[in-house]
Design a protein around this ligand. Structure first.
Ligand SMILES: [Zn+2]
Length: 334
């Protein structure tokens, strides 16, 4: 049994309250390897931005749960070494799908967990979420629940069809379960193919797909029902076209990959949305850098020579999100 406080981590409670008040959002970046973690911590430390390190069930299976836990502990010390005196770092379980998994994370030093019962019938989602909240709160671990279904594929989470969160359910759900934050569905989507070409229009100049706008009317209705309550957006990568172009130029095959335009995320960050999940963009940044080295320097076989540039490219991306999209720069400076 390890408590997150002993690892120097924080939960999301105070962080979210400040973010809702201040009209910005906290970045939630997924990680499953050292270079990603280094890039996230370097970017957060340099910008003094609070940050949420997210681990999915798939990442836990890939990297080993114990190792990830020690990596997160190491990340706090690394952040201090980089000159961030009081790092505000959350270790969060992304898409927990059972009470047992959430419990295991609470017991292993996570400071926050998501229980995703969104695919269940409403009453079962309420019961499962409530059970996780009751356990997690004993250790002051914060809990994210979800209402509504996002389309797309992310690790073991996938859905063909999305349906928006129903604003009429949010008061009942949050009061019955006691969750600390709520993930909603307003048109974001998991993965690098967030929309099918037939859902988009095409920019006549560039030939690129232009995705449909997010349902801000649904978000507004939810905010009216739950004033000041922390809202979470999943599947919020922007799928930067320059990374997609680099991947395709150097032998990759990602035709018509499309994400959420940054100006829509900027608008969301100013609302009650206080956590924005970004995973695919970092995968794209990593893949683009690795592919480039492989093609330009086919004789290279030292992993540091391609994972190093991959790390630098991810760091650039994380800094950009913090500074120009989420507005969280300098919010963890004291
Ligand atoms: Zn998600």
């Amino acid at each position: 049994m390890v408590n997150y406080k002993d690892l120097g981590l924080v939960n999301t409670r105070a962080m979210f309250a400040k973010a809702v008040d201040g009209g910005y959002a906290i970045p939630a970046f997924n990680f499953n390897n050292m270079e990603q973690l280094q890039a996230i911590i370097q970017a957060a430390a340099e910008t003094k931005s609070p940050v949420i390190l997210q681990v999915s069930k798939g990442a836990r299976n890939y990297a080993n749960a114990t190792l990830l836990r020690y990596m997160a502990e190491g990340a706090v010390e690394y952040a201090k070494e980089l000159g961030w005196a009081h790092p505000q770092i959350v270790l969060h379980l992304d898409h927990g799908d059972s009470f047992e998994l959430c419990k295991s994370c609470c017991d292993m030093g996570f400071s926050s967990v998501m229980i995703d019962g969104s695919a269940l019938p409403y009453d079962e989602n309420v019961a499962l979420t409530k059970k996780v909240v009751e356990y997690a709160h004993k250790f002051d671990v914060t809990v994210e629940g979800e209402l509504g279904v996002l389309a797309g594929v992310e690790d073991e989470v996938s859905a063909e069809e999305s349906h928006y969160t129903r604003p009429e359910e949010v008061i009942d759900f949050t009061s019955k379960t006691g969750v600390d934050s709520l993930a909603i569905s307003i048109g974001t989507s998991h993965g690098a193919y967030k929309f099918k070409p037939e859902q988009c229009t095409r920019d006549p100049k560039t030939g690129r797909l232009v995705p449909p706008p997010l349902a801000f009317d649904v978000l507004e209705e939810i905010e009216k029902k739950l004033p000041g309550f922390p809202i979470v957006l999943h599947g919020s990568s922007s799928v930067p076209q320059e990374e997609v172009d680099t991947i395709n130029k150097y032998g990759g095959k990602l035709p018509d990959a499309v994400g959420i335009p940054e100006e829509q995320l900027r608008k969301a960050a100013k609302s009650a949305v206080c956590k924005i999940n970004i995973d695919s963009d970092s995968r794209l940044a990593m893949t683009a850098a690795v592919r480039k080295v492989f093609v330009e320097k086919p004789g290279e076989f030292d992993p540091r020579k391609y994972l190093g540039p991959a790390r630098d490219n991810m760091k650039k991306l994380y800094m950009h999100k913090i500074q120009y999209v989420l507005g969280s720069e300098g919010k963890a400076a004291d």
